[in-house]
Design a protein around this ligand. Sequence first.
Ligand code: GRF
Length: 210
Amino acid sequence: MRVGVAISGSGSNLQALLDAARAPDAVFKVAVVVSDRARAFGLQRAADAGVPTVYLPGAGQSRDAYDAALADCFRAHQVDWVCLAGFMRIVGAPVLAAFPQRVLNVHPSLLPAFPGLDAAKQALEHGVRVTGATVHLVDAGMDTGPIVVQGAVPVRQDDTLASLQQRIHTVEHQIYPLAVRWAAEDRLRIEGRRVHVDLPAGTPPALLVT
Ligand code: GRF
């Protein structure tokens, strides 16, 4: 399976996908990495892994025009699934129509809690005892699509934003490659809001608790 990844920043989740794609038992390949920011470090990670990169700046065009260009780019690289990995734009109809039920996102909270920006900060300030990370299918809303896998992260009394973010990231790096593997192995059955994962007996359940 060929995966296209969209990033805007550091790309540590992209790195987790690149590493998984390099493993001997890999079931997917990263076909292209697109960034809306020229200086995103993830572009360097992709180049280091020998993956084609595309810089697609957003300035001066409508959201629809941007999304049409993004969809064209993924199509040109014969992508089967799209992974958003710290991509700071909302992806709209042109991409969702080109890749129906085939766009994934990773978000640093246990959705539907704390959607949008600064999810770890929101969780810390709200005082929750458990937060985490979610991989979900992307729909027209903001962080609202059907959930594929979640990982829970306890919030410690002495957590700072940095320490909490770091543990959330570690979980993201586990669950994102897992979700993409399941997609590649055609294990995801979407029934309304619920995603059934056809797991072989003996594999971990679709909730990781760290
Ligand atoms: C991650 O926390 C992800 O959940 C959110 O943006 C962050 C991207 O981090 N959507 P990175 O660029 O993958 O390091």
